[in-house]
Design a protein around this ligand. Sequence first.
Ligand SMILES: Nc1ncnc2c1ncn2[C@@H]1O[C@H](COP(=O)(O)OP(=O)(O)OP(=O)(O)O)[C@@H](O)[C@H]1O
Ligand SMILES: [Mg+2]
Length: 219
Amino acid sequence: MLRTEGLGYWYQDKEQPLFQDINLEFEEGQSYAILGHSGTGKTTFLSLIAGLDKPREGDIFLNDRSLKQIGLTNYRRHDVAIVFQAYNLFNYMSPLNNLLTAMAITNASHAGDRGYAQRVLNDLGIGDDLITRNVQRLSGGQQQRVAIARTMCCDAKLVVADEPTGNLDEDNTKEVIDQFQRIAHEQGKCVIIVTHEPDVAARCDHQYRLENKQFVQLG
Ligand SMILES: Nc1ncnc2c1ncn2[C@@H]1O[C@H](COP(=O)(O)OP(=O)(O)OP(=O)(O)O)[C@@H](O)[C@H]1O
Ligand SMILES: [Mg+2]
């Protein structure tokens, strides 16, 4: 469903690209982990496939349509859901209103359906006592689950996450990866996770390592 063709990126120096000539394919219903040393360009790669920045070389295709053709604003609104390490929830809102707002902004099929949003949150262990509390008064693990719930209640078929378990303990990490696997296997979405943790990567269906400007498939 998502394909990169000859993808290359550099910040300042064209002679020192972070990665070059990347040809990868990501399928619906599958999860992918991207490993690699700090500074190799994992977040940069994610920002390209999330439509936050434009490639320097090559192109990215969603179901054979180039992101240029789709338009990055349109793509970000409808086709991709992003989970960052620092949750980026709407901070002044409750979990429930975070989901309802995201569904409204993206014009999702469940827009306006409070009961649905409530069920998705409950399923992720955000009980009725928490769903109307300001998200700033939730723990890190709870906030991350709200961020994941938000991707689940929207229609975007592509979910990208940058170090989503970076500041979670072992139990929360396991829980969060279980949820990403459900998003891939039960919702049929394509999940791409950048992580430093080999244990987290091992639980995804496919693993790549970014090294020497290339993505090497592991396993
Ligand atoms: N806006 C920017 N302008 C210039 N250089 C940048 C910019 N953002 C990142 N870089 C540099 O590009 C390289 C890749 O950064 P990136 O954040 O993609 O790495 P990363 O693999 O995600 O690292 P980490 O594992 O530490 O998060 C780094 O050397 C970084 O300093
Ligand atoms: Mg990074």
